[in-house]
Each structure stands twice: as C-alpha cells, then as structure tokens.
Design a protein around this ligand. Sequence first.
Ligand code: SF4
Ligand code: SF4
Length: 373
Amino acid sequence: MSIDLSKMPKLGFGLMRLPENDGVIDHEQVCRMVDKYLEAGLTYFDTAYVYHGGKSEVEAREALVKRHPRDSFTLATKLPAWEIKKEDDVERIFNEQLERAGVDYFDFYLLHSIEEGNNYDTYVKYNCFEWGVKKREEGKIKHFGFSFHGSPELLTEIVDNHPEIEFVQIQYNYLDRTNPVVRSQELYEILRARNIPMVIMEPVKGGALAKMVPEAEAMFKAKRPDKSVASWALRFVASQPGIMTILSGMSDEAQMEDNLNTFKNFEPLTDEETAVVNEVTAKLLEVPQIGCTACKYCTPGCPMQISIPDVFRTINTLRRTPDDWRSKNFYSGLIQRSGKASDCIACGQCEGVCPQHLPIIDLMKEAAEILGE
Ligand code: SF4
Ligand code: SF4
C-alpha cells in the first residue's frame, strides 16, 4: 500500500536525543512527551537499533508501546549496516528489534545511513533490499525505505534500481541546500522528480538553526517577533511539497512544546517569509570561513597530532551557528583520537607546508577559545 502523505503527521518524534539524567534516559519525562505528542494528534515515532546505545528501542516499548494501543501510532526503526558481519545477522538483528520494541511489526523500516562505501556495500552484499521486500510480504514491515547520507549520484542510482523503495530519509534544511558536502537541494529534487516521499532529518541542523549569529536572528525577529528562531527552520521544511514527515529529536518538554506550537494550525511560509529565510541563508553564508581545503599536508608533521583540518571544519560551522551541538560532539570524539587545539605548541611546522598560507597558529588559539580546550 503506497504512503498517503495526507495522512502523515508533519512532525515526527525522533527518539535519538531523549532527555537523560546522569546518562540514564529520563523515562518519566519521555512518557509525558509521548503523551503530549499523541494528544496533539501526531503519530510518527522514529528510533534505530543504535540510538542511545541500543536503549532507544527499549524506551519506545516502555513509554509508547506498553502504554498506548498499537493502532494509535506508527513506529519506524533502522537496520545498522555496521553490525552486519554475515547474512544471518540481518534476521537476528531484526528479531532483536521486534523484541526490544515489544511489537509484532514495524510500520516503517529503513536501511540505516546509506552512503558511498561500507554501508551501501554491506546492504548489497547481504541482499538487504531483497530481504526488506520479503519482510514486507510477511507483514513484518509495512513500508520499506532507507536513510541517506551520500551523494546525489548514488541516490539516483539506488532509487532508479530499487522500485521497491517507498520512501527515503534525507538531511534537509535551508542552510544545507547549497552545502557542498550535503547537497540537500539536489537530493530533494531527485526524490521529488520521482514522487518518492521524504522523511526529513536535521531540519534544524542538529540545533544549529535554533541559535545563530545575532544579525541573522534579528532578521527573523524583525519579521515575526512571536516566533522562535527554530520554528522558521521547521516551517521552511514543512512548506516544501513531497515531505512525508519532519523528524525532530526532542530532548525535553520545552522543545516539544515549541515544536507542537509550530505545527498546531501550521502556517506555510508566505513568499515574503521565504525571502527572509533566503536573506538569512545569505547572511550566514557571508560569515567568514577558514579557507582550509583539507589537503592534510600539515597533519603528518604536527608533533601534537592535531587533526588540523577537522578542527577548522568544526570552527567553520560554529562561527555561523555557535550552538551547533553536533559539531561540539564531533570535536569531543575527535580529541579522543587526536590532539586538542589547545595542545598546539606554535612550532610552525604546519604553516610552512600549508598551500593556503593559513595563519594556523592563531587559528588554533581561536579554536581553543571557542571549543574550551
Ligand atoms: S604549530 Fe601547532 S598545529 Fe601546527 S604543527 Fe605545530 S603544534 Fe601542530
Ligand atoms: S595544509 Fe592548510 S589547507 Fe591543507 S589541511 Fe592543513 S591547514 Fe588545511
């Protein structure tokens, strides 16, 4: 049965950033959030095998499945390529997911995070596309799709070769439309041209579009003082045609409240408001970026093993959107494996080899200040 977009809620509840107390999911708060979301007439819950180290699917069972009738919500989850080492693993993981979530079937099932390289190769190697069709025929999956982080070229190849795919989850927000790494607008156009429904992730760019440089925020506030900065990002995405649902990984009741307000009596962006979004996008793209081309000529000789281009990538995002928690998380992970910006001893080796003639020592000081280490 094809997906009827008119029956899909515009806001999906992403269960990947649930509230926690001392590293433990705050079950009581999640229950209240689930209830509020359902009371608002919304139904789409999105989890994955790997979210919260495997605890998200279990929390879906405890806060949602055990407490609400099965036909009052839809549940989506995902198969992790990186956990599949042999063909039997696919079935084993799927059965584990059913058990963890306490359900007999999933309404939406996705191959998680397809991109060039290992993940896609694994799904092909272990016949996961054919397996998904079989599960759908068995009634264990109602709708089969995948989430995607690769190039427009790969997306075209997959959707043209796999008519069994009913929907695709992509990253889309106003700032990433022209981002050369994400190429969101191209991904959107490919799916739109083929009439494939889209689930949208990162509509607020991991929180980055909830707080940005003050000049850009002021442009939104001047137009609609009553609306939060984040609500513009959600309204922008929700105003595009072909969207099945927009995932927001809500971390507390306040975020839930703000999102529900945005979608209650949803107002699509007017032409004037779309113009404001485009002006803000241009303003954010004007914020100076470090012109590092990630050639890595500088890294082998750094005595402190600082991953210089990765530090600059982080700083470039934070200069535009200082609250981008995803970039901060990326940096925390990075410095487990390599040196910190604050480790720089100003030896100057890197500046001597950098073909872009970047003032790396000064930039490392700025990075250490922004990142706190
Ligand atoms: S100046 Fe700093 S970043 Fe550059 S090579 Fe030396 S320690 Fe590494
Ligand atoms: S040598 Fe310069 S441009 Fe190349 S990665 Fe290092 S900082 Fe970036």
